[in-house]
Design a protein around this ligand. Structure first.
Ligand code: MLT
Length: 410
């Protein structure tokens, strides 16, 4: 009989968002009269239509595919140069990143999980708590952890607590670690790191020979011009960091799928014999072996985001979602709750009313208000007592959520 990867058996029963969907379905089935009232502010999924610039570019690309002379089969595994160059010109201008350091993919969730393929066993790995669950679960699957304790914390991981005291920005680890996951603007808390905080992380990484995985999927939502959008804005980061970016949330691509990883050629890891090997070389090998590239129409659509029209449309989308975030922040504050995030991120991180757990709050919001939120404890033990409201929704729905929040919390 074929043996299995037993690491999967260490995982908690279900991934957070399918588990929420399961509970929402159970509620709808049991309360059909209330099902139509449900407003989903749980998973951070965009609601507004795809920008016209993107749709037009995708239509044109499809038409090209219908003509022998411009038909395209397999594209370059790393992504078409027109997209990689547009990314560098618009997102990394002046930061010393070149187009061949950009790898196009079909999503940051996959990238942040797949990156572990190029790292060896026995690395000391740090994650923040609360955290985007993919970082943890993929390490469990890869066998980089022991078992979970009763709070869901896995043996072998270094947890960096984020809380109201540190503004949900992790302090540097007390020990040395080989890999650390940082996400700014943060999912789930909406916190951002200042330039000084990121400089401290890069200095730590240089001193400790640590690789930083910097997840910048929400960078487009930064409103404060002093907050860095890329880790590569920090001197020296090109020697120690990999950055993950996505078109999902800024361009509305959650259903279209396109993202990228930036791996400078100067960031390296150690082989067993102690020689240093560029991570770029390993990822390139992995990517071209396991991936055949994002589709041509999708890459054309992504490139259109950098056109003048595309930029204006993305700006409008970001303004829309950040307008929602502002309303949610105000509503939660006026309900007397502690509130973080929502100023430079589409997530609002809210303290539960005294005595309630995160799942209590989930049940209350679903049962009494038919609003789906995400329980903070689903992002880690340190998220207990908090919940996340996603600002990805229509304005009318967000206004209704604010109204219902007041009714429920009175
Ligand atoms: C979230 O709600 O945390 C995100 O939508 C998850 C993701 O981007 O995969």
């Amino acid at each position: 009989m074929a043996s299995i990867n037993s690491n999967f058996l260490k995982l908690k029963a279900g991934y957070l968002f399918p588990e929420i969907a399961r509970r929402v379905k159970a509620f709808s089935d049991a309360n059909p009269d209330k099902a139509a009232r449900i407003i989903r502010c749980g998973i951070g999924d965009v609601t507004e239509p795809l920008p016209a610039a993107v749709r037009n570019a995708m239509h044109e690309a499809i038409d090209e595919m219908g003509v022998r002379e411009s038909f395209k089969g397999y594209g370059p595994e790393q992504g078409y140069e027109f997209l990689r160059q547009a990314i560098v010109d618009h997102e990394f201008a002046g930061l010393g990143i070149s187009a061949d350091e950009v790898f196009i993919s079909d999503g940051s969730k996959c990238d942040t999980g797949n990156i572990l393929d190029i790292f060896g066993k026995g690395n000391v790995i740090a994650i923040t708590d609360p955290v985007y669950p993919v970082y943890v679960d993929t390490n469990v699957m890869a066998g980089n952890t022991g078992d979970a304790d009763e709070k869901g914390a896995y043996a072998g991981l270094v947890y960096l607590p984020c809380n109201a005291e540190n503004g949900f920005v992790a302090d540097l680890p007390q020990e040395r670690v080989d890999l650390v996951y940082l996400c700014f603007p943060n999912n789930p808390t909406g916190a951002v790191a200042t330039r000084a905080q990121l400089e401290a992380w890069v200095n730590y990484a240089k001193e400790n020979d640590t690789v930083i995985f910097f997840d910048a999927a929400y960078q487009a939502f930064v409103q404060d011009p002093t907050v860095p959008k890329s880790i590569f804005e920090i001197e020296g980061a090109k020697d120690v960091a990999i950055e993950f970016r996505s078109f999902s949330k800024n361009g509305g691509f959650t259903g279209v799928r396109c993202a990228y990883v930036v791996i400078p050629k100067t960031v390296s890891g150690k082989a067993e014999d102690g020689t240093r090997v560029p991570l770029h070389q390993l990822w390139s090998r992995r990517h071209s072996t396991k991936f055949n590239g994002a589709s041509y129409p999708v890459q054309k659509g992504a490139a259109a985001i950098f056109s003048e029209q595309g930029q204006a449309e993305v700006k409008a989308l970001v303004e829309h979602y950040m307008g929602n975030a502002k309303l949610l922040v105000a509503a939660a504050k006026s309900a007397g709750l502690a509130v973080f995030g929502g100023e430079n991120a589409p997530y609002v991180w809210v303290g539960c009313p005294a005595g309630m757990t995160s799942w209590d709050m989930f049940d209350k919001m679903l049962g009494e208000a038919q609003v789906v939120i995400t329980p903070g404890s689903g992002f880690g033990a340190a998220g207990e007592g908090w919940f996340r409201i996603s600002a990805f929704n229509s304005r009318a729905n967000v206004e209704e959520v604010c109204r219902r929040l007041h009714v429920v919390l009175g």
